[in-house]
Write a protein that binds this ligand. Sequence first.
Ligand code: A2P
Length: 283
Amino acid sequence: MNEFNTTFQLSNGISIPSIGFGTWQTPDGETAVKAVTAALKNGYRHIDTAAIYQNEESVGRAIQNSGLSRQDIFVTSKLWNNARGYKKTMAAFEETLNRLALDVLDLYLIHWPAKDGHTKEWQELNLSTWRAMEELYQKGKIRAIGVSNFLVHHLHPLMEQAEIQPMVNQIEFHPGYMQEEVVQFCKEHQILVEAWSPLGTGKMLNHETLKKLAAKYQKSVAQLCIRWCLQNGTLPLPKSVTPERIIENIQVFDFEITADDMNTINDMAYFGGSGLHPDHVNF
Ligand code: A2P
């Protein structure tokens, strides 16, 4: 994997650029437009947003102004939790498309699973949401569909009833929090794992082991973490609003982490997840 901006292939055959530009916590307006513009100018071809980030309009504007062909940019958005269920999903999707000013979305994800304790009918709720996503996919309004923050016990019941299996699961994934069980499950079921917060929202950057390893490759810790995601077969979504960092974070195709060093990172103990567990979040 040494060429600039390679792709992964989803289970339906669609190619997805192997690094996505994250926009969680990127403020709407000029900041978001500038960040996405800088990303597209510097080679990113995959932008990840969500209804709840409230920056879809700005993401859309940066895409329209980029001068790039629509088919050269892969755009992901996510359905927020207040829009679960068939009808609301249909309406929320339309609103997302309008805000992004797009006719077709490349990837649409259920942002968080409905879960036990939240409602007794959590499985039915996830399924009715999924039915809408399947229909939009079949109509050609979305090129790929998936989920986010789903653990194995959320995926299982959905996959048993699904006509179309999820193609992606976007989860928190970085050297401080590796979620081995769900990652393994996804690999076994041809679900691409996307890594949100591949830098642990910045918490990875001062870890001594990572600093030593990064120095060995003459790379930054951020670049090491992003490359580590790729070599583990996951798709990193680094976020930045800083032009130099935006550029730095995609310069990860000119080095390779050795198997020994991959093992060293893979064997690191938990040291800093966000704490946003899908069964315990209250949103
Ligand atoms: P900023 O957006 O101000 O540039 P994650 O992608 O894991 O959520 O991490 C995002 C956080 O890490 C943001 O605070 C971002 O800051 C910071 N960040 C992103 N890229 C780098 C980098 N290459 N070096 C240092 N910090 C970075």
